[in-house]
Ligand binder design. Structure first.
Ligand code: SF4
Length: 546
């Protein structure tokens, strides 16, 4: 960066009191704020390159593990449900660490920005109740959600951290500040504990997408274990360089980096568990009918499609179901219907507070399972006579490779742009998940690292500008169908890249990441998870007053 450019960018951050800050997400948000508040300076602000260079100059490199990208949780939203839930758990940790938990008399929650605007539809208030009660989103029995939440609301009692019973009035003690946003990120919340002696303790959290949270005043770079990665990098150029220097595939580079955090056995077991949670979600969703909660009266469609496709054939378990699926052949329309069914199943589960895996978010959780189910059942199916154990062993390597590659592509988007719809609209969710799936599928189909990057680029290129406008703030319309589109685009992008020469490509993955971020900066806030534009305002809905 030249001296003049460095001066310009340093001044931007100084204007926003950020010259000492080392927080990656904070810098990105301030940069976005700077542009939107002062259009006269947009000629400076539009230079994404300047921002990237400045971030590299001033911050430590963001380190993202595959287990940060794929997190087991509860629907419907990673940023509006899982992030707030994890914030509440973090707040409980602070209380316990400071030996304050048993002195708490009262808790109040303030929700700001997008968390207020779409918090009811996204279950933010419910997540706060469960988090403050000390439940873990990974292990909480989702079948007990309604009963647990109703119990707190009706009794007006909340067992804080499962240790300290306090009075809690759901309608009063969770406050939605619809007209107020905090200066860090559109998804913000504060939790205030009042003690028996009248003193208070407050923490503010930002849910920055994909279930990631940032506590105010805390430098995320210092949170968790920082490690020396064997193959560090922020973008696809660095990744491709590592691949060409070593001859390793993308998934192998990622595996080497993951080994900095944990053993190979832990990585493999952890990823197989994630895949297991994803497949259970597909199976549950494909067998549940009825309407989704939330008042929109959206009919679940995965189960109906499943019964049309399986044509009354008998099965009981997931493994038997897969055999029925494979017995139908792999004609294009049949395959396409199944990809649709898999994606619908996950996102209908997500919309009904089911257990899902962020990939990279809850709203986009159906794309990756749908594409990997497509690969396992139609591209590389094991013989119908193979036992479940033999099949698990045969498929394990492929499933692990897929998740490792997909995670790295998601990380490139998180580092260079965003995976938060409140920052970048739906291109940051469905677009990123489609790019992740496209790249990962390409590797499994034999593509080289350049083709992997090309597939991810193609998938995102055709999601650029995609807005987030969920009707009634629920993660249902357009979200559920949109996962089917993301999955199909991923498959198309993989095929296109496998039939192309990446050396002739005009657009690189890094170009598209920059373009996505520029688009996010220019996108009207109405289309960033506020339910204030698009379908959310143009589709009439008749809801009972309550
Ligand atoms: S429109 Fe897209 S980004 Fe917005 S809530 Fe739905 S899936 Fe998420």
């Amino acid at each position: 960066m030249g001296r003049f450019e460095r001066h310009k960018v340093t001044r931007i951050f100084k204007d926003y009191n950020c010259s000492q800050c080392t927080d990656y997400e904070h810098r990105k948000y301030l940069f976005a704020s700077f542009i939107s508040r002062d259009p006269k300076r947009s000629n400076i602000g539009n230079s994404f390159i300047l921002l990237q260079q400045f971030l590299r100059l001033m911050t430590e490199q963001e380190q993202i593990s595959v287990f940060d990208m794929f997190k087991i949780g509860v629907g419907p939203s990673s940023s509006h449900t899982l992030g707030p839930w994890r914030s509440a758990l973090s707040f409980l940790e602070s209380l316990k660490r400071n030996k304050m938990l048993l002195r708490v008399k009262h808790i109040h929650v303030d929700l700001f920005g997008s968390l207020a605007k779409t918090g009811t539809g996204h279950g933010t208030d419910i997540a706060m109740l469960l988090g403050l009660s000390g439940y873990d989103p990974v292990t909480f029995e989702v079948d007990k959600l309604t009963e647990t939440v109703n119990g707190i609301i009706e009794t007006k009692k909340l067992n804080l951290g499962s240790e300290q019973e306090i009075s809690f009035e759901f309608k009063k003690d969770i406050e939605f500040h619809f007209a107020k946003s905090l200066d860090f990120h559109p998804n913000a919340l504060s939790i205030i504990a009042t003690f028996k002696d009248g003193s208070v303790f407050k923490e503010t959290y930002f849910s920055v997408g994909g279930g990631f949270i940032v506590k105010e005043g805390e430098n995320p770079a210092s949170v968790g274990t920082r490690v020396q990665l064997k193959y560090p990098g922020d973008d696809s150029a660095a990744l491709l360089k590592h691949c060409s220097n070593t001859g390793l595939a993308v998934s192998q580079i990622v595996m080497q980096n993951e080994l900095s955090w944990r053993s190979e056995e832990e990585i493999r077991n952890g990823l197989l568990n994630i895949w297991n949670v994803m497949t259970q979600c597909v199976f549950r969703g494909a067998h549940k009918g009825g309407e989704l909660p939330g008042g929109l009266r959206v009919t679940r469609r995965a189960a109906e499609l499943n019964s049309k496709l399986t044509q009354g054939k008998k099965y009981k378990t997931f493994d038997e179901w897969k055999k029925v699926i494979r017995s139908g052949g792999n004609d294009f329309k049949y395959t396409l219907d199944w990809v649709t069914c898999f994606a619908l199943a996950v996102n209908e589960e997500n919309a009904s507070f089911g257990r899902v895996v962020t990939s990279p978010t809850n709203g986009a959780a159906g794309v990756i399972p749908a594409v990997l189910m497509y690969y396992n059942n139609f591209i590389n199916p094991v013989s119908l006579n193979t036992t479940a154990e033999e099949e698990a062993a045969l498929l394990a390597d492929n499933n692990i490779r897929f998740l490792l590659t997909a995670s790295e592509i998601g990380s490139i988007f998180k580092k260079g742009a965003t995976i938060s719809a409140a920052m970048g609209g739906c291109q940051a969710e469905i677009g990123v998940s489609s790019a992740m799936a496209a790249g990962a599928l390409t590797e499994l189909l034999g593509g080289d690292p350049k083709q992997v990057m090309m597939a991810a680029e193609i998938a995102m290129e055709h999601h650029l500008g995609l807005t987030c406008d969920p009707i009634k703030g629920l993660v249902q319309i357009p979200c559920i169908e949109r996962n089917t589109m993301g999955a199909v685009k991923a498959i198309t992008a993989a095929q296109l890249s496998l039939n192309s020469d990446p050396s002739k490509a005009k657009v690189s993955l890094d170009d598209v990441v920059k373009t996505m971020w520029n688009t996010a900066l220019e996108m009207n806030n109405k289309f960033k998870e506020t339910a204030e534009g698009g379908l959310a305002t143009n589709v009439p809905i008749n809801l009972p007053e309550c």
